[in-house]
Design a protein around this ligand. Sequence first.
Ligand code: CP
Ligand code: NVA
Length: 320
Amino acid sequence: MTQPRHFLEIDDLSRDELFAVLDRAEEYKHAQENGEDHEDLDGQTLGMIFQKPSTRTRVSFETGMTQLGGHAVFLGEDDIQLGHGEPLKDTSRTLSRYVDAVMARVFKHHNIEVLAEYASVPVVNGLTDDAHPCQTLADLLTIREHAGGFGDVSGSESTGGASNDTFDGVSVAWVGDGNNVAQSFAIGAALAGIDLTVATPPGYEIDDDVRERARELGGEPETTTDPVEAIEDADVIYTDVWISMGQEDERDVRMDDFEGFQVNEELLSYAPDASVMHCLPAHRGEEITDAVVESDRSIVFDQAENRLHAQKALLSWLLD
Ligand code: CP
Ligand code: NVA
């Protein structure tokens, strides 16, 4: 039996495959906007395991499957035997007999690897403690759409028919925690050819192996502990929560450690033309202010929308 193709990390795709998925996402977006039929997964079913809460991931995958002519089944951990002692490897093999693909949001990254090891259908990472590659797909789609509006990007087009070099000259600054979203984005940026600077407090850097993988892809990010230094030449400033799901006990320490890393109007004054991204949910008043989320600089809801288009493209590509 041929092994299914999984999507556990953004670099499970080659550069060409990444661009193929982004192109397909753009096609689906246009098809949906124009009311054109694109039921490419007619009759297929996605199983969705959630060990953590979700708004965007759950709704975009479920809606996406419906729009592709398929169906999604929500499997909250407590609602299935997984949450009551059934091993992951048994859950994986059982689900594989029913559904055409599995998407899972789990705590330990190792657990998505176990799911994939035992699955005979594609497994998609819907967020682990270490990675959030579906978010990165949407982020890259969003950056590509906006690339024509960035200051020093030459030869790029704003939308539609964007070429593979659209990311050339795009500069992104990550400000905040070197968390799951940051780590997948760092590797995705390297794959896409984006210049990335990561500003974190000491002790919150992205993992060494992530830097190494980005380096091997030709795009090791710059790192700093100074948010101003990171954003000065950035086209995009990207942040995420300081306290990720599962880190609630670290709240007090983290709130102290991240002081000075808030994306607010004062910080943005050092990068007057930069757009602002956030994977959402945002904790306004912590990592970002209400005024910034609501400002013209913010492209956070384009990002959120693009989860839908990017994941439809990913699923249909995996199941082709
Ligand atoms: N960005 C993201 O994954 O959001 P949810 O937690 O709402 O799915
Ligand atoms: N870093 C956040 C992302 C949520 C989508 C978390 O893991 O909670």
